[in-house]
Design a binder for this molecule. Sequence first.
Ligand code: GLC
Ligand code: GLC
Length: 660
Amino acid sequence: MITSTDPLSLDLALEAELSLRRLARRLDAFWMRLRVEETNIVRVEFEERLQEYWSTLFQLLFELYGSRYDFIYHLECTLEILIEAWVSRDPALQKVDRQRINHPDWFESERIVGGALYVDLFSENLGKLRQCIPYFQELGITYLHLMPLFAVRPGNNDGGYAISNYRSVDPRLGTIDDLKALAADLREAGICLVLDFVFNHTSDDHQWARAAQGGDREFEQYYYIFPNAEIPSQYERTLREIFPAVRRGNFTRHDGMGKYVWTTFNSFQWDLNYSNPSVFNAMLNEMLFIANTGVDILRLDAVAFIWKQMGTSCENLPQAHTLVRAYNLCARIATPGLLFKSEAIVHPDEVVRYIDPMECQISYNPTLMALLWESLATRKTDLLVRSLSHRHRLPSGTAWVNYLRCHDDIGWTFDDADATAIGINAYDHRQFLNAFYTGQFPGSFAHGIPFQHDVKTGDMRISGTLASLAGLEQAIERNDERLKELAIRRMLLLQGLTLSIGGIPLLYMGEEWATLNDYDFVKDPAKAGDTRWVHRPKMRWEYVQELDESMSQDTSLRKRVFRSLQRMIRLRKANPAFAAQEMELMQQPNSHLFAFVRRHLGNQTIVIANFSEDAQTMSGNVLRTFGFGRFFRDQLTDRTIGTSESISIDPLQLMWLVRA
Ligand code: GLC
Ligand code: GLC
C-alpha cells in the first residue's frame, strides 16, 4: 500500500481516531489526577460526547493547525482543557446541560424575551442586580444580556470591550462569586444569562499583552506585532476602517515596543492571533471559565474579524467559521447547554453564514433592524419586504435575535442589489437615511447623531435611543401632543414587530421607559470621543414608582410605553404561533403596510403594520385567503374584525390577528 504524507490524501477520520488512541493513556492519567474514575458517570457522559464529536473537532483543528509541527501537543492541551472544564462544572449546570441535550430547541420558544443592559448603569453592581429580578419578571424578560463586566483597563475601555482579565469581574461591579450567585438566582427565576465572549482582542494591559510589551517572544505571537509599517501597509490595502474617527488604518504604533500592533477597533484593543494554536487554547480556557460561571449564551463579539489573511478584507474568512465551529464543538463536549450568539454586523449574505446549529445557534438580525428604521423614515416597506422575502428563513435549530437598538450604532447594512431590484439607489439611499436620522433631512422626526463620520468617504453610522430616533425627543421639545402620540406609536409598532416576526426579541433596557438621548457623556473625557454613549443612559428607578402614581404628562407617557410593552410581551408569551421562525409574507398592494403570517404547530397569527401616519386599508379578501374564517380578533386592541369589507388600519397601528 502506498502511503503519502500529503495532507490532502490523509483519511482524517482515521487520523482522528488514531490520535485519540495515542493520547488515551495520557488522558487517563489526567482523569486520575482529577480523581475521576473510569466508571464515574461524569466521565462516562463526557466520553460519550467526545466519541460523538471528536472526529469533526479533529478535522476542524487539523484544517487550522494541522501543518504545525506541534499539532498533537496542542490537541492534547485542548482535550485536557475540555475535561477539566466539564469536571469542574457546577452540578446545577450539568443538570441544565442534560435537559438541553434532550430539548435542543429550548431557545425557540415564544416564552423567550430578551433584555440587555450595563450593570453599572442599571443597578450599580451585581449584588444589586440580583434584587432587580422581580423587575425583569414584571416586564416579562426571560433572557438577560449583561454588557461586558470583566476587569478592564483604566480610562477608556470601549464600554467594557477592552478586557484585561477574563477571570475577574470589574471590582466596581463585584466578584466572580457575585456573578455566580446572580446566575444561580436568574436560573431559579427562569431567566437565562447572556455574556459576551470578547475574543477578537484583549486590552493592551492584559497580561499577555504586557508580556509581549516586555519582549516575551512567546506572547508576541499571541498578537499581530510587526517591527515596522511595511507588512501592515500591505495588509492595509484590502482592509476596511472600522473606527476611522479614532485613528486612520487598522494598526497602532506602540511607543514602548517601537512596533506596530493590529488594532481593528480602538488602539488599546489588540487583535488576537488565532493562527497560533496556543491562542486557540488559551481563549478556549477563558471561554469555558466564563461559561462555568453559569452563562447560558455567549455573544461572540466582533466574530467577523477573528481570522486574517494577507490580500483579503480579513473579515468573514472561511477560517473564521472553522474556528467558531471548533469552539462550538468544544462547548458541545464540555459545556453542552451553552449556545453561541453571533455578533456579525456585516453584509446580510455574510451574517447568515455564521448561523448554524454547529456554529452560532442564534444571531443578531442587523438587516431587519436597519430596514425597520428604513421603513419608518420612508413610510414604505418595499425594501423591507424585498429583503425578508429571501433572507428571513434560517436553518432549523437556529433563531434570529431581533432588536431595534443596542449599545452600538445603526449602520445601513442592507444589500445593494435588494435596493436596486426595487429601483432604489443604495448609495443615495444611505445618504438620505443618515440625513434623516441625524435630523438634517427636512421634516425628519429623528434626533440621532453621527458615529464614526468618515470625512474622507462621507460615511457615517447613527447613534441615538429608540425614543429619540422615533421622534419623541423632538415632540417633547416642541411640546406637541400629536407628535408625541406619533412617536409613541412608532416605538410600539417596531417593538411589536420584533416581538412577533420570529426569533428572540431583544430589548435594550431603557426602551421600556422611552428613554431619550443623554448628551452628558461629553463631560466624561473617557466617553466624549464616542457618540454611542448618547444612547447608554443610566436607569432611573424613580420611574418604577411612578407607575402606580397619578401622573404628570411625562409620567403618563412613560407609563403608557411601559404598560403597552409589558402587555405585548405577555401576549407574545401566551401565543404559540410566535414560537420558532416560520413566517410567510402576505402579498398585498399597499406599500405602507407590512403584513405576514406566523404559524407554529397548528397555531396561526396574522401581523399587520402600518408604517404611515395616515390610516390605510387592506382588502378583506387578502385576509380571507389565509383561511381563518370570516372574523378575526385583534389581540392588541381586543376588537373583532370582519373581513367582508376592507379593513382599516390606523396611523402607525400594529395588529395581531387571531381567529375570532
Ligand atoms: C463589538 C461591540 C462594540 C465594540 C466592538 C469592539 O462590535 O458590540 O461595542 O466596540 O465589538 O469590541
Ligand atoms: C462594526 C463592526 C461591529 C461593531 C461595530 C461597532 O460595525 O462590524 O462588529 O460592533 O462596528 O460600531
